[in-house]
Ligand binder design. Structure first.
Ligand SMILES: [Zn+2]
Length: 178
């Protein structure tokens, strides 16, 4: 739900941010974009989101400059995070950590590592092995001990996301064989 324009604290940066990414589904779309999802159909498959809502959210993220909408290699339209979108990573990471702490009783669902040396990322996004603040394209995400695949028939998008991989690398699916 968009906050009313007359919101009392309209100058608050957090209120402004929530107008962009605070709607239901929006941060999940952004998260999937970090996981390499780029195609409308792949977002729809992975999130199970109503298509009209997905259309609306993608449009608003493009308008806000969080995503770009462009022709992909195979001719379809692709949505990709801009620098402004990638700058949301620390917020997405912090919310993921919070969820892992309080809503993941069986253990961490997704483990983040520095792909260059395999070091685990700490909560601030630093590599525990080399100590560097790991840039987003060098972060590898992989299923953790608390990860439980849902159902027996895993869709190809979820299958790709749940294979250890670097953030932002495009997933390979039927629509996107690269
Ligand atoms: Zn490292």
């Amino acid at each position: 739900m968009t906050l009313p324009k007359t919101y009392a604290d309209g100058n608050c940066p957090l209120a402004r941010t929530l107008e962009v990414v605070g709607e239901r589904w929006t941060l999940l779309i952004v998260r999937d974009a970090f996981y390499g999802v780029r195609r409308f159909g792949d977002f729809a498959t992975q999130l199970g989101i109503p298509r009209a809502v997905l259309t609306n959210r993608l449009k608003s993220l493009v308008q806000e400059g969080v995503l770009t909408r462009e022709e992909g290699g195979a001719g379809g339209i692709e949505y990709r995070l801009t620098d402004k979108g990638v700058a949301l990573w620390p917020a997405v990471h912090a919310l993921m950590n919070w969820g892992e702490s309080f809503y993941s009783p069986n253990g961490v669902k997704r483990v983040l590592r520095h792909d260059l040396d395999g070091g685990l990322l700490d909560r601030d996004g630093r590599c525990r092995d080399c100590g560097s603040a790991v840039p987003v394209p060098e972060i590898r995400v992989e299923p953790g001990p608390g990860f439980q695949p849902t159902g027996t028939e895993v869709d190809p998008v979820s299958g790709a996301i749940n294979t250890p991989r670097r953030l932002l690398e495009p997933i390979a699916t039927a629509h996107n064989p690269g």
